[in-house]
Design a protein around this ligand. Structure first.
Ligand SMILES: [Zn+2]
Length: 205
């Protein structure tokens, strides 16, 4: 098979792969697979309110439980268990906008345009991304961190996240261990990390 023929075959294969409802490939510098709600078997959301975008904050979470997932199958199960749990709290859907697995897959929660339930007073102003697992002591794998960065970049490109956004861990907003000391230490070295106290600007209300 010639090189150009091999390339054409590859392109066709990718198109067929995407056309049959498999996860979509996103990310320019660090490609990642995005699994839609349909892909992981979400039940219908009952709490649907538009999020005013672009948001000025990205809030990082861990789950503590469910534990880290290392395969698509495990991560889909984790998504379903989180949605079940959050529905049992009467939240009407999984609280987070997106979650990320240790295998580097991104999983759609409420998506880019719906209001989430993940960080109390900041829900109206933020996208919440949850890194599945307990990251108090253990560090998340590189694939998970790369996908998280790439996911934020996708949010900027599609207008959901402000290009001047501030990045924070959940514990900077509320009294919680989330996203875990090890993960907070890592994101504190990322661009856009903000140590400042969160203050709601009244004119934005
Ligand atoms: Zn959290």
């Amino acid at each position: 098979m010639s090189l150009s023929c091999a390339f054409t075959t590859l392109v066709l294969a990718i198109h067929v792969y995407l056309a049959i409802g498999c996860p979509q490939l996103y990310g320019v510098q660090a490609p990642y697979l995005l699994y839609s709600r349909e892909d992981w078997g979400a039940v219908h959301a009952t709490d649907i309110h538009p999020l005013k975008t672009p948001v000025p904050y990205v809030i990082i979470h861990h789950t503590y439980l469910p534990a880290a997932c290392n395969s698509t199958q495990q991560c889909k199960a984790a998504m379903k268990s989180m949605q079940n749990y959050h529905n049992s709290l009467d939240w009407g859907d999984i609280g987070y906008h997106f979650c990320v697995g240790s295998e580097g897959g991104a999983y759609e929660g409420r998506g880019w345009h719906n209001l989430g339930i993940h960080a109390g007073p900041v829900n109206n102003y933020s996208i919440g991304i949850c890194l599945i697992g307990d990251w108090r002591v253990e560090q998340p794998p590189r694939e998970m961190l790369e996908t998280t960065k790439s996911l934020i970049n996708t949010g900027i490109l599609n207008g959901a996240i402000s290009p001047t956004y501030k990045l924070k861990g959940h514990s900077q907003i509320m009294a919680t261990e989330c996203p875990g000391t090890a993960l907070l230490d890592i994101i504190s070295k990322w661009d856009h990390y903000s140590e400042e106290q969160f203050v709601i600007n009244k004119k934005d209300n």
